[in-house]
Write a protein that binds this ligand. Structure first.
Ligand code: ZN
Length: 290
């Protein structure tokens, strides 16, 4: 094939892919749920977006995918015409940060943990945070304190949980995964024990009335977290015992130690086989570091 034909073919394939992605996102509807006075959750595709509206302006948590920015902004404009000041990233994954560049271009300040900045920079993302922090950061706006707490190694190494003090609402990012096996992003230094510790810490900081926005899925509460972390601890224990008996990963896969959980937990992003592999590797690291 001649060079120019190749170029035309390559452009056609690229165009089809972009066209397909755009068509797919065109069908997405953005749903608004009021979670407290002047606080909303938006669902479209990708991570749940938190929206605080007040006298000082608008504060966002996460921003889904770039092709959805126009729709997300239109939905926010149905709630308020105040200026959007900040978008806070709970972690670096593209389904939570894909809209960063578009928002940055209209003057929104993107804020995230240092590790989110580094990971987005390494993947040449155009939507880098312009404010970063290393442990805790508090926004004093809209008549409340919006506190963000970093968890070192949980779903990734850059996860934050956001507390809306005075509203009794939090946003957990992907540290909580409704009814699915947790996605432990090992290449991004995620850790199974880190997820358990982060959920335990959150349970200690909230009460029965706290409204909990998860990274994906519906609004949950403290009781859901208690049940979830109980199950995760059982799964952790099962794998820890097998590793301490010096079983190889292949031996463990053969045993399929989580088969009783697969029907309920195994249908999400992390399939049963991947979950065994990541828990085996993650818990092996935790045992070594004991
Ligand atoms: Zn994620």
């Amino acid at each position: 094939m001649k060079k120019y034909e190749l170029i035309i073919l390559a452009s056609a394939i690229l165009f089809n892919q972009i066209g397909f992605a755009q068509m797919h996102f065109d069908k997405v509807e953005v749903k608004t749920t009021k979670v407290a006075e002047d606080l909303y959750m938006l669902e479209g595709e990708g991570g749940n977006i938190g929206v605080s509206i007040g006298d000082d302006g608008i504060f966002l948590i996460d921003d889904q995918y770039a092709p959805l920015t126009t729709k997300i902004l239109a939905t926010i404009r149905e709630l308020s015409d105040k200026e959007i000041h900040f978008a806070f990233n709970t972690h670096f994954h593209g389904d939570h940060t894909g809209g960063n560049e578009n928002l940055g271009n209209i003057g929104v300040d993107i804020v995230a943990h240092d590790n989110v900045y580094n990971r987005l920079k390494n993947q040449n993302s155009g939507g880098l945070p312009i404010i970063t922090f290393n442990n805790k950061l508090t926004f004093h706006i809209n008549g409340m304190h919006i506190r963000t707490i970093h968890y070192k190694n949980a779903h990734t190494d850059g996860d934050s949980i956001v507390y809306f003090d005075g509203k009794n609402v939090i946003h957990m990012g992907d540290i909580y995964n409704d009814k699915n096996y947790p996605y432990i992003d090992l290449p991004a230094k995620g850790s199974f024990i880190g997820i358990i510790k982060a959920i335990d810490d959150t349970i200690a900081n909230i009460n029965d009335e706290t409204v909990v926005m998860a990274g994906h899925g519906p609004i949950i509460n403290k009781n859901k977290l208690v049940i979830q972390v109980g199950e995760l601890k059982k799964m952790y224990q099962i794998m820890e015992n097998l590793i301490e008996q010096n079983l190889t990963l292949e031996d463990v896969i053969e045993l399929s130690p989580y088969k009783e959980y697969d029907a309920v937990w195994g249908n999400g992003f992390t399939n049963p086989r991947t979950f065994i592999e990541t828990t085996y590797k993650s818990i092996s690291i935790s045992i070594k570091n004991k």
